[in-house]
Structure formats: structure tokens, C-alpha cells
Design a protein around this ligand. Structure first.
Ligand code: RIB
Ligand code: CA
Length: 318
């Protein structure tokens, strides 16, 4: 009998956002494999007051009012906040109306929680999963550089190369909002797994996939289907696609089933100087430079397998 692996300890850093919500639900439904030490909210899709509220709503939906949710940065390090209500709606979780959460927000700042957690746990045992702008992660690295070598790995959603940008012609939203923070993270030396639009745009919902959520007959299934219905209208109109990309759950799915994904270990640099291309992830996919590889840049996934995993795991929740 092979002893079960101990659950992987993770911190999810997030700006919910309907797709963030599905990522959090997937993680909380996978307790044999993932030990979510805490959820840290960052300003992104909507302002911080809403992202920290939304993170708590999702935890309650998952039946986890015990989960610790922390609020972090309310703006990028050096720039004004850019939000995405046009995609996620005014609340960030538009779709069905949801009541305010009952569970408390933790008093500790998210950045201090990230630092404290990395210092408390042995080096190489905590994985960071940022699925919004990288402000909290960068601030933690700047405030306490000693935590950087202690991070096991960062599995993030952000960037784009062949798929080009979604918020500007050159940049993907999470990187665009705080390119200086992204530069700190991409230059940190921490092992990176990057889920760019190149792969998340292949993780498209469809009527059948959304109906599979709804057919669960649970509150979680009903909410995920309703959030996806709302969230997909923007991408379907913009790209003429059948469904919407479920971006953020790709990070959690990778932690659960890495074989669903494929990519290349390459150099990825962040544009921070140009107004025209700010936030572009310059991925050396063809290795034409001598810049050292710093990221596993994911380009493809088994979409059927991804949605099968999502459906199977979300069905575990109430
Ligand atoms: O560009 C997609 C990313 O931006 C996703 O993380 C989505 O939630 C938004 O934050
Ligand atoms: Ca997000």
C-alpha cells in the first residue's frame, strides 16, 4: 500500500472574478491533494473591498466558513488600478444575486500573512497560486526577501504570447494591471509555472459543459453554471467563440493533474517601460535569446480532461 502523499500546502492569491471563484471551489473540493493555508485577496477585476468580499462568499458556498481570507493590496505598486467590470460585472461575481458573507475577514494584512506563512513552514513546502495581479506577491518579496528562496513554486494565471493580449493588443489583464509586480515575480528565481491565455483560451466552456455543472443539482453547481453563463457573454461576443475561457482553474487543475497540460521551460520577461506594450510577457518560445529560462510556459491542455476533472470535483461540494 503506497502511503498517500501529504496534501500540498498552497496559498491562493485572487481577485474574484467568476473564474477565480471556480478555481477556489476546485481547490477546496480537493482536500486529499491540496491544503489551502489561506486565501489572499488583491485588487484586480474589481476593487479590493469586493474581491475580499467575493472570496468569502465563495468559501461559504463551498461550506468552508472556517477558511481564512485576508485582504491585501488595494492598488498596483506604482500605478493606478485598472479593473474589469466590463467582463465580471459591477460586483465581480455578477450573475445570480448573492447575499453578503457572514464569515469574518482576517484582520492581518494578506502580505504579512504570506510572509508569516512562508517563514513558519519549512523551505520548499508552500506553493503560491496567484490568479490575479501579482501585487501582493511582489510586495511580500520586497518586504521580506528572505521568503523568496523558501517558496516551493509559483503556479500563476497570467500573460500571453501567441494568443496576444486581452486588455490591450499586447498584454493580458493580470500582468497589465501591475507589470512592475510581475517583473519582480518573474525575476525572483522562484520556479514558475505560467498559465497564459495561450492555454486558457483552449479551456472553453460550452453549453454541454455548463449544463454538466447545472445538472449536479447542488448550490455549487447552480452558482458555477450561472456565473459561467454571465462570464462567457463577453468572450463569446469578442472572440465569436462557443464559450468562455475558464482561465484561473487551470492553475489548480495543474496542481491536481499536471499531465493535462504541456508547455516549454523558457525565458519570460515583462515589458514595463513602453506605454504601447506595457505588461506584455515576452516569451522566448523559440529560444532565440541567451536569456536564462525562468518559467514553464504552458501552451496546451486536454480540455476534455480538464472539464471532466472540474465537474467531478465540484460535484463534491454542497
Ligand atoms: O486575463 C484573465 C485573468 O484576468 C483572470 O485571472 C481573470 O480572473 C482576470 O483576473
Ligand atoms: Ca483572476
Amino acid at each position: 500500500m503506497v502511503p498517500a502523499m501529504a496534501p500540498r500546502k498552497i496559498i491562493i492569491d485572487t481577485d474574484p472574478g467568476q473564474d477565480d471563484a471556480v478555481a477556489i471551489l476546485l481547490a477546496l473540493a480537493s482536500r486529499e491533494e491540496l491544503d489551502v493555508l489561506g486565501i489572499t485577496a488583491v485588487a484586480g477585476n474589481v476593487p479590493l473591498a469586493l474581491t475580499q468580499r467575493n472570496a468569502r462568499i465563495v468559501c461559504e458556498l463551498a461550506g468552508r466558513p472556517d477558511m481564512r481570507v485576508f485582504a491585501g493590496a488595494d492598488a498596483p505598486i506604482h500605478r493606478a488600478l485598472v479593473t474589469a467590470e466590463h467582463v465580471h460585472g459591477k460586483t465581480g461575481l455578477d450573475g445570480p444575486p448573492v447575499p453578503d458573507p457572514d464569515m469574518d475577514l482576517q484582520a492581518q494584512n494578506a502580505v504579512d500573512f504570506i510572509i508569516e506563512t512562508l517563514m513558519e513552514h519549512p523551505p520548499g513546502t508552500v506553493t503560491l497560486v496567484p490568479i490575479g495581479p501579482l501585487t501582493n506577491i511582489a510586495l511580500a518579496f520586497e518586504k521580506a526577501p528572505e521568503i523568496v528562496p523558501r517558496v516551493a513554486e509559483i503556479v500563476l494565471m497570467g500573460g500571453a504570447y501567441f494568443e496576444v493580449g486581452n486588455i490591450t493588443p499586447a498584454a493580458e489583464f493580470n500582468i497589465y494591471v501591475d507589470p512592475e509586480a510581475a517583473e519582480i515575480v518573474f525575476k525572483s528565481g522562484v520556479p514558475l509555472v505560467v498559465m497564459p491565455l495561450d492555454v486558457t483560451h483552449k479551456a472553453l466552456t460550452s453549453r454541454a459543459r455548463v449544463e454538466a455543472f447545472r445538472a449536479m443539482g447542488t448550490e455549487t453547481g447552480r452558482m458555477v453554471a450561472a456565473w459561467t453563463d454571465f462570464f462567457e457573454r463577453f468572450d463569446m461576443e469578442k472572440y465569436g467563440s462557443e464559450g468562455a475561457p475558464l482561465h484561473d482553474p487551470c492553475t489548480i487543475a495543474y496542481l491536481l493533474k499536471p499531465d493535462l497540460f504541456s508547455g516549454r521551460h523558457i525565458n519570460v520577461a515583462i515589458e514595463t517601460q513602453s506605454d504601447l506594450t506595457r505588461g506584455m510577457t515576452v516569451a522566448d518560445w523559440w529560444r532565440v535569446t541567451d536569456r536564462a529560462p525562468n518559467a514553464m510556459f504552458i501552451g496546451d491542455l486536454d480540455a476534455e480532461g480538464y472539464f471532466a476533472l472540474l465537474t467531478e470535483r465540484l460535484a463534491r461540494l454542497p
